[in-house]
Design a protein. Structure first.
Length: 389
């Protein structure tokens, strides 16, 4: 049996590949990961590439052209994400705008707010998402940043933390408490807050790698017009679910493909270090290979259900499995370098320290967007139907 794609899908792929060949910026060509650096600014090449993707209908292909897409089918979206991922190309370095804020404004915003979605997706307006607080991360419903009504405005006071790109964002999609008298998840609302508002202060935080990518955000009696409320008052909990629903069935592809590329890199290191005949190394590589390919098969199985309009419980497992797998792959890449694993001087280590940096970043992958422990709870209760602990 020979499995092939249809002519329409192949035409879609050919057009995409021609675009990528012509337009992928030098900085990320050849699968080179962009790790970020000491500058909090979004690089110009990244903004230009995002805008180009939007203008050519390749930013969110399942959306219509006015939202940076081309009404792509689920199958075409899968092809799109696979081709990008196999080349290590990311659409944007600040995913909050196109992946969270844009879709949420389209789903929950009023007409004026819906009108802000195209620039969020194109990256013309940089957004940050203010959910986490010092005492509300996994348990987001415990957030305490208060918004108190005052005439035509809310007065907002509190603190956010780990807010990606807050240093450069123009607007914050901010989760605030608007009612303290009801169950905690029922008293949350979302406000659009201008980042240059008086009383708002941003203090950058560094990753382990030294890159500045997120920040603490302090809000001290910040005045926010009531018209900046997104959706109904106290309906914020529903909005936490807003994201790229069109792509949900295929988003796992990026993380599986990135694990696969890292694995291919591991084989190269083993060769360069003269370890390709080492039995322990070969066994470990084979195990990782098996894991990557099993996850890809599981992802496809879930996609088949998603494309037919059914839920795909397999996908609940993918974030957990791929983020932990990547951590192990990068960790093994360091192990293969022997004592140099602990060296950060790019002159002495494999690929200028890429493995050390990627391993450090992979630690964040098991925290952001829901920690591994929380993902395990989700799989246990929602997929396996086990009782809550
Ligand atoms: C790179 C990165 C970017 C981020 N960007 C943003 C952003 O833009 N906006 C934003 O709002 N937030 C952002 N975050 C924050 C992220 O959402 C939180 O870090 C995450 O939700 C975990 O919350 P926490 O850090 O408060 O940890 P906590 O919730 O305090 O958890 C601490 C530890 O306890 C464990 N734990 C907690 N509850 C349970 C439980 N019920 N059962 C078992 N174990 C549990 C956790 O797994 C973890 O190991 C980002 C985080 C990272 C790493």
């Amino acid at each position: 049996m020979k499995l092939t794609w249809g002519a329409e899908e192949e035409a879609f792929r050919a057009e995409l590949l021609a675009f990528l060949d012509a337009e992928v910026p030098e900085e990320i060509k050849g699968g080179r990961d962009w790790i970020g650096d000491e500058s909090p600014e979004i690089p110009k090449w990244a903004s230009e590439f995002q805008a180009k993707l939007f203008d050519h209908g390749w930013m969110v292909p399942s959306y219509p052209p006015e939202l940076g897409g081309r009404n792509a089918t689920p199958l075409q979206t899968l092809i799109f994400l696979e081709e990008l991922a196999s080349r290590g190309v990311s659409r944007s370095v600040h995913f909050g705008g196109y992946a969270i804020v844009g879709p949420s404004l389209l789903e929950f915003g009023n007409e004026q707010q819906k009108g802000m979605a195209p620039s969020a997706i194109r990256g013309d307006t940089v957004w940050c998402v203010g959910m986490s607080e010092p005492d509300a991360g996994s348990d987001l419903a415990s957030l305490q940043t208060r918004a108190v009504p005052d005439g035509d405005s809310f007065i907002v006071t509190g603190q956010k933390v780990w807010t990606s790109y807050a240093m450069v964002a123009e607007k914050c999609f901010c989760y605030v408490r608007t009612d303290t008298s009801v169950a905690k998840h029922k008293g949350i609302s979302v406000l659009i807050i201008d980042m240059d508002s008086p009383g708002l202060e941003v203090r950058p935080l560094r990753h382990l790698t030294g890159a500045i990518e997120f920040a603490e955000v302090f809000l001290n009696e910040v005045v926010v017009p009531k018209e900046n409320l997104v959706g109904e008052l106290n309906s914020g909990w529903r909005i936490t679910m807003g994201s790229l629903a069109h792509e949900r069935g295929a988003l796992w592809v990026e993380s599986v493909s990135s694990a696969q590329r890292a694995l291919e890199g591991l084989v190269e290191i083993a060769r360069r270090q003269g370890l390709e005949q080492d039995g322990v190394v070969r066994r470990k590589l084979a195990e990782l290979y098996e894991e990557v390919h099993s996850l890809r098969a599981l992802g496809y199985k879930g996609f088949a259900s998603f494309a037919q309009g059914s839920s795909a419980p397999e996908h609940s497992f993918m974030k957990l499995a791929t983020s932990e797998l990547r951590q192990r792959i990068y960790g093994f890449g360091m192990e293969l370098q022997g004592p140099y694993a602990a060296v950060v001087d790019p002159e002495f280590v494999e690929e200028g320290g890429r493995w050390q940096q990627s391993w450090q970043i992979s630690l964040a992958g098991t925290i952001g967007g829901g920690t591994s422990e929380i993902q395990r709870n989700v799989v246990a209760t929602r997929v396996l139907g086990l009782p809550r602990g």
